[in-house]
Design a protein around this ligand. Structure first.
Ligand SMILES: [Zn+2]
Length: 60
């Protein structure tokens, strides 16, 4: 079993990929392979908000 980290490039913070809980609150999901092995994918969140798909808001 292996763990893979998916982290945003050039994010504002250093993501902890050494096995400690990361401050960004990453999402972990198992990925099962055809041979029955399972890897864990740890998807880190960018902290600069680029994943927020908020529509552009124009304040008057
Ligand atoms: Zn992280």
């Amino acid at each position: 079993m292996s763990t893979f980290h998916v982290e945003p490039i050039n994010d504002l913070i250093e993501h902890d990929t050494s096995g400690h809980p990361c401050v960004c609150g990453p999402t972990e999901r198992p990925e099962k392979h055809d041979d029955g092995t399972v890897d864990w994918i740890v998807v880190h969140n960018s902290l600069d908000g680029r994943e927020l798909n908020e529509p552009d808001r124009r304040e008057p």
